[in-house]
Design a protein around this ligand. Sequence first.
Ligand SMILES: [Zn+2]
Length: 521
Amino acid sequence: MSYLALYRKFRPQTFDEIVGQDFVVTTLKNQIKSGNISHAYLFTGTRGTGKTTAAKVFSRAINCLNPVDGNPCMKCRSCLDNGGMDIVELDAASNNGVEYIRDIKEKVQYAPGSSKYKVYIIDEVHMLSQSAFNAFLKTLEEPPAHAVFILCTTEAYKIPQTILSRCMRFDFKLVGVDKLEALVGDVLVRSGKSFTPEALNAVAVAGEGSARDALSVADRCIAFCGDRQLTYDDVLNVLGANDGRTVNKFASYILNGQLAEFLVLTDKTVREGKSVNLLARDIAAQLRDMAVIKLCNNARKLVNVPDSMYSVLESSAKDVSLKKLLYAAEVFGRIDSDLRFALNPRILFEATAIKVANSNGEVDAESLDRRIRQLEKRSAAAPAKAASDGQSYVPRNEGKTEQPRTEPALPAAGVKDYNAARRVWASVLKEVHTLDEPIFSTVCTEVSDCYILNGELVLELTAGQLNLLGQRQNTEKLQKLLSDCAPLRLVLKKREKRGDAEETVEAFRKLAGNSEFIVNE
Ligand SMILES: [Zn+2]
């Protein structure tokens, strides 16, 4: 006899053998017990979750002559005959045309041969064409009393609303790892196969919520290891997966910034023929597990790894901040699709790891905001620092916080700079006011025309101002105060008589200059 796949060999015969769909099973059993059968059912859910199996069990149960607690008895004529001609299984993926539905429409009118109901199980029903759906709708609207339709699909959203609204809908959930473990363990025992608990767990996890996938992995494992006991390493080999400890090394190197070690290990792993895509997925999954361990006090139930691996994860999660863990998990979870389309996935993988290693994981809005503010502060401070080097100007508002002894900005050579001169002169004036020399102070305050040119602060003075400030001791005093404020030489000049236009410009400049003095003080 040819080899029968485990999932077919051990396909549930009764509701009680179906795993992980308690809500569906209970409801269907209650319908059998009460005899309250609908004409149309929709079984929807991810592949391998037991839709077709449940449809088969249900169709057998409604025709069973002696149902036991809603289950088919598996002893009566109908059960043994497997429904005979009255249970029809169809695959809409290969027969999706309208003529196919017309055929059903015609045949469903005939009464069942030996059973109570004529059951049509239509798999992949979302594949029907629009006209086929239209034709089918007529049948659903006025079905013969003996007809029951069970529509199975992975994509319920593709089914017209008019059809959906006439069906009793059941959503099949992904099967939990513990339930898959129990199922696979039972099947392996019944197949006379021994295994380690770690191996069983790895098979169940690989099923990703699908009983059929888990059993299919188990099938491959049995074929791989023959008569000896199935081990964790066997399962990893069959799956082409990376073992948890290697993945943990990758994760730890990334989280701890050990980039050299990381690159060496990547090279070794790639040379072994492992794919970086799979590796990235494994790393993402492990980072997630570590984050869960860090977040929850009792995370053991939420993390599907063998006990020995759990303690490894626990200890490597201890020294990493949750923020960094979550950031790393997010980044590695996200590169999956990018890796698939990358010309050189290895480069992307390594670059991503380096990026994560060099980050502190601060990606939340609050920290982004903080970083923006830091940058703003730094960029505002940068010109001020440059200014003290004599390269640039102090921003206008900087004057507010300026200390008396702070060196003001200086202009570039060859340019008459009035603004910088006003700032310098304002600083000098502050010092002048501290001298307690009222006349000197008053005259200095009245000086309004000044500019910086080629390293000189030029004061344009009236005859009276020049008379006082031009006195040697006063000039020396001013030069000393000026030198304390800026590396400039003081030059006193008698103000020239100007033309009207020049006077107007000068008047505006003075106004602007006055306001600036106010700001600076
Ligand atoms: Zn029966």
